[in-house]
Design a protein around this ligand. Structure first.
Ligand code: ATP
Ligand code: MG
Length: 272
């Protein structure tokens, strides 16, 4: 049983009532709006450093990472344990800020935004998938997927319609009434992907989404991500496994908090 007893902090914060935008901040209000500004990369990270301090000890987890990810790209981030992958992912997902450097998300500098605004951005533009699925137990798939839309302004009918469509898109149209314990690992992860998709995010971030899955379930999840990539979604996926990274079109390797290599790949689907 891998689901958590409570929804994770990021999910709770992403379903809070929507704040009014600070007047000086202009953000497109839907993913559709995002696709109308093709010039800006979805991710533009420049010279990002992250230092964690615990008492007198500092851990320099990221050391000057610069990275641009254009719209529609499917990127895998690899590197040994402790190389800074999750630290980078937390910054890309606006769950944490860099100590130095800039991060522009679809052209918007997120550095000075307050917590409510960041929560709203997470809710609107970013879908996160984690190794541990983070589904709410004893709650059927449909309700799990509806959760990110529980904020004011989305009617019950629309929530239901979108959740059903998202579950259909990951091939689980016939499992909407199952609770997580009644689903296989791969199916649970696909529910988590549906939940990440239901707000129509421009960017999907997946931190070891197949880390807990057997090979058949891994194939299911990778197939789902591939279809999303073919639809033009931007995907950043962290993995330890070469087999998984081979599905992406670009592989970035981190070592000691810095980019070691950044290569286009010949995917398992043939040349992109
Ligand atoms: N909240 C934190 N406080 C202090 N140090 C941290 C924190 N999170 C990560 N670190 C440290 O920062 C470095 C990078 O950690 P990170 O979690 O980004 O690695 P990772 O590449 O995701 O590793 P893994 O493959 O094991 O998940 C590590 O040395 C880790 O100990
Ligand atoms: Mg990690």
């Amino acid at each position: 049983m891998t689901a958590f007893a409570h929804p994770p902090r990021w999910l709770i914060s992403s379903v809070r009532p929507r704040p009014v935008w600070p007047r000086e901040v202009t953000v497109p209000r839907s993913a559709a709006a995002v696709t109308r500004s093709p010039a800006a990369p979805v991710i533009d990270v420049q010279e990002v450093h992250k230092t964690y301090r615990i008492g007198d000890i500092s851990v320099h987890a990221l050391r000057g990472v610069s990275l641009r990810v254009p719209r529609g790209e499917y990127v895998a981030i690899m590197g040994s344990s402790g190389s800074g992958k999750s630290t980078l992912m937390n910054i890309l997902g606006c769950l944490d800020g860099p100590t130095a450097g800039t991060y522009r998300l679809d052209g918007l500098d997120v550095r000075d935004l307050d917590e409510d605004t960041l929560a709203d951005i997470r809710g609107r533009f970013i879908g996160c998938v984690f190794q541990s699925f983070n589904l709410v137990p004893r709650t059927r798939a449909l309700a799990n997927v509806e959760l990110p839309m529980s904020y004011a302004g989305v009617s019950r009918t629309v929530r239901r319609e979108r959740a059903l469509a998202a579950l259909g898109a990951v091939g689980l149209g016939d499992r909407v009434d199952h609770i997580p314990a009644e689903l296989s690992g791969g199916q649970q992860q696909r529910v988590a992907i549906a939940r990440a998709l239901v707000t129509d995010p421009a960017l999907i971030l997946a931190d070891e989404p197949t880390g807990n899955l057997d090979s058949a379930s891994t194939e299911e999840v990778l197939g789902t991500l591939e279809r999303l990539s073919d639809e033009g979604r931007t995907i950043v996926l962290i993995t330890h496994e070469d087999e998984v990274a081979r599905h992406a079109r670009r592989v970035i390797r981190l070592r000691d908090g810095a980019i070691l290599s950044d290569q286009r790949t010949q995917t398992t689907r043939g040349l992109a």
